[in-house]
Write a protein that binds this ligand. Structure first.
Ligand code: AHR
Length: 498
């Protein structure tokens, strides 16, 4: 394969990388909460019932913003059901996933977990079956000092100090016909604006995320977003995007080119934000909150999304392989390259449900996608640089022309973090990294995730088939680096710069 030359010139900056793009998402769905992060019956449970094993693994992903409690679940959830003495909380029928919800984990348990994990809580209010006032009351419960009804209730439930939840999602996927309480864009905009007004009147420091189009294939794509943003104006700080991708035809090179389409989705949504700003002659620019993203295509059928009236059913427990790990790296490359517009992103989800971590009784498995997230998240501090790539590429039937090497970089304090995906399925890539007007002085760390087959995955029997390993092929000469990157692999290399 011809050599690829990547230039990351320190003069060509994009924007500081918002740490919140390394967020996660915990939904009351399947075994995400119960048997996932909360399981008083597990031998791993601490005194709160929190699973030390899964939370310990999640800790090494250094997640930032954590979205809760849904998802589709949020559109039928009444937060008051999940607070107060546990033996007095109602068990309810959960309609989004047709499950039974015992409400043994709710706001106070989530806040305790978030504080312990160093997550920034991000709550989704119910704008499906709930009213704006219920959302407002939740803000008071979480954020106001004692002295009024819901703040006093929080104190009575054990938390004297407010939780200071800054980020609030105004419903979930309200453009989707499957959503409880789905309405047309103009009606959603009215509800969301009213809710945001009440919520911001209760705590003016909060930031709100309006529901944007949740699937690029919906007929209302983009028009929904324009309508919502134009109506809401300053009552929305961010607009949400969702994206689940997959490889249903088993065409690996085509699948790995999906990053073109992720870039395009981000750029189209940003174009709407700029259009609305220009048309309304506003000083305010709306930014993007990519609050659900991942690979999800194998477990889409009824038995994987319908809990059949059970508690903690096995729902969408997708098993991930090597090519999925490279696609996860591709999402992160795209977010870094769009650091000027993507300010928050949440991988969906964290345990059991389309997740980097699976549990089986007291056992735990780290899936392939765990490793790229960890690799990127531990190198996230700094300013995104504009990559210039020259080298081989190919035409993908679904997504157009791509470079064989997909890349991004973050310039930190005296360090350069580089991320490289080799999309070639059979050949090692020769790569030169040029720091432009800067110099690469030494290699601080270099890791690679790769394997012999795109379908290689970790199982309980063979848990370490795919993991991150030291990358030994990087060399520095005259301020530039050269390396060999195996086929179907992703690398993260941190250099000391001069
Ligand atoms: O993450 C699983 C589900 O996918 C979420 O509940 C919903 O928002 C999306 O459709």
């Amino acid at each position: 394969m011809d050599k690829t030359r990547v230039v990351f010139d320190p003069a060509y900056t994009i924007a500081p990388v918002d740490p919140r793009i390394f967020g996660g998402f915990l939904e009351h769905m399947g075994r995400a909460v119960y048997e996932g992060v909360y399981d008083p019956n597990s031998r791993h449970a601490d005194e709160n019932g929190f699973r030390r094993d899964t939370l310990g693994a999640l800790r090494s992903l250094k997640m930032t913003a954590m979205r809760y409690p849904g998802g589709n679940f949020a559109s039928g959830y009444h937060w008051m059901d999940g607070v107060g003495p546990k033996d007095q909380r109602p068990t309810v029928r959960e309609l989004a996933w047709q499950s039974i919800e015992p409400n043994q984990f709710g706001t106070d348990e989530f806040m305790k977990m978030a504080a312990w994990m160093d997550w920034t809580p991000m709550l989704t209010v119910n704008l499906g079956t709930g009213m704006p006032e219920e959302a407002r009351n939740w803000v008071e419960y979480c954020n106001c000092p004692e002295g009024s009804r819901y703040a006093d209730l929080r104190a009575k439930n054990g938390s004297k100090d407010p939780y200071q939840v800054k980020l609030w999602c105004l419903g979930n996927e309200m453009d989707g016909p499957w959503q409880l309480g789905h309405v047309p864009a103009d009606l959603y905009a009215i509800y969301a604006q009213q809710a945001a007004k009440l919520m911001k009147d209760t705590d003016p420091t909060i930031e709100t995320v309006a529901c944007g189009t949740c699937s690029i294939s919906l007929p209302t794509y983009i028009e929904w977003d324009r309508t919502v943003l134009e109506y809401m104006g300053p009552y929305a700080d961010y607009i949400s995007l969702h994206r689940y991708v997959g490889n249903p035809r088993g065409d690996t090179p085509d699948y790995l080119a999906v990053t073109n389409s992720i870039d395009q989705q981000i750029e189209e949504m940003d174009a709407v934000c700029r259009f609305v700003q220009a048309r309304s002659k506003s000083k305010q620019r709306h930014y993007l909150c990519f609050d659900e993203w991942n690979v999800w295509y194998r477990y889409r059928s009824a038995e994987h999304i319908n809990g059949s009236g059970k508690f903690a059913p096995h729902l969408i427990e997708e098993q991930y392989n090597l090519e999925d790990a490279l696609v996860v790296a591709g999402f992160l490359n795209s977010f870094i390259r769009h650091a000027d517009v993507v300010k928050i992103a949440n991988i969906a989800q964290i345990v059991n449900v389309i997740a980097p971590i699976l549990t089986q009784g007291d056992d735990m498995l780290l899936q392939t996608i765990f490793y790229p997230f960890a690799m990127y998240s531990s190198r996230r501090d700094g300013i995104a640089l504009q990559p210039s790539v020259s080298g081989p590429g190919y035409d993908s039937p679904s997504y157009g022309r791509v470079n064989t090497i997909d890349t991004s970089a973050i310039l930190g304090d005296g360090v350069l973090h580089t991320f490289l995906v080799n999309r070639n399925t059979s050949e090692t890539a020769e790569i030169e990294i040029d720091h432009g007007s800067g110099n690469l002085e030494s290699i601080l760390s270099a890791e690679v995730i790769g394997g012999s087959h795109p379908n290689a995955c970790n199982t309980y029997e063979n848990p370490n088939v795919i993991s991150s390993q030291p990358l030994q092929t990087v060399k520095i000469n005259a301020g530039k680096a050269s390396l060999q990157l195996p086929p179907l692999s992703v690398a993260a290399i941190t250099f000391r710069t001069g």
